[in-house]
Design a protein around this ligand. Sequence first.
Ligand code: FEO
Length: 162
Amino acid sequence: MIKKKILDALNKQINAELYSAYLYLSMSAYFESKNLKGFAHWMRKQSKEEQTHAMKIYDHIVERGDLVNLTSIGAPTADWKSVQAVFEHAYNHERKVTGMIHDIVEAARAEKDYATEAMLQWFVNEQVEEEAQADEIVQKLKMNGESKSGLLVLDHHLGKRE
Ligand code: FEO
């Protein structure tokens, strides 16, 4: 059994991961509306990845014999002023998620919940990658400036995400 404080934080994190999935799906829809199919594909993949993050925590709670508590997911932003604004939003969102993960790691450590701490280690590493990939795209978009052809090259490149 997981202590209530940690269980509440884990259930809240499931919601945050599902919100991330929702947010990236909204970003994907935005790119679809702009005919930027590569960016849309990248965000759709990212949305799916977030669902797997939620399920990792879900499975941990189930394996520990506790109850998953699903709560309502807030509506994500639906419109942005530019492609760069979308990826800046994604980068800032990931930084926020990293902070949430670190807070639960600290709480789990304080409560001597080593199993939760070990499970969250995967997320600690994943967040480094998540922040880095969003930031890399932001930096490329900044370098690209107003170039439409450069934007299409990046769109093509991101469309190849496995
Ligand atoms: Fe599940 Fe993008 O962090």
